[in-house]
Design a protein. Structure first.
Length: 118
């Protein structure tokens, strides 16, 4: 019997062993909104919003809850306290009881993540 594979390089310690798993269940929705930029001009973005919950809740129910929350803002002008992706993620995290929220603008190569940390 062979020993388990250990990715070591010559003369270095082995990588730390992971001892537990954290299970997250996610859902994604699309949000198209406008906001005022620093110059005061109104413009818009389309965001993909990914929300992650601990454990194994029903993903379809979580997607419905996410979409219901996003619908409150979709195709509207965001309030000033939500004018950045990070602020949208924070509000989503608090409103839906998520562990993590990712905001993506992939066409522009811009992303934000907000999550609870231990």
């Amino acid at each position: 019997m062979t020993a388990p594979y250990s990715p070591m390089t010559h003369g270095q310690d082995a990588a730390p062993t992971r001892t537990s798993l954290r299970v997250l269940t996610g859902a994604e929705g699309i949000l198209s909104v406008a906001h005022r930029g620093p110059d005061g001009r109104l413009h818009g973005h389309t965001y993909a919003v990914r929300a992650w919950w601990s454990g194994e809740p029903c993903a379809e129910e979580q997607r419905a809850a996410l979409n219901k929350w996003l619908l409150k803002f979709d195709h509207d002008v965001l309030p000033p306290n939500m004018s950045r992706g990070e602020r949208i993620a924070e509000q989503c995290l608090m409103a839906l009881g998520c562990e993590r929220v990712e905001i993506l603008r992939p066409g522009e190569g811009l992303f934000a993540v907000v999550e609870y940390v231990a």
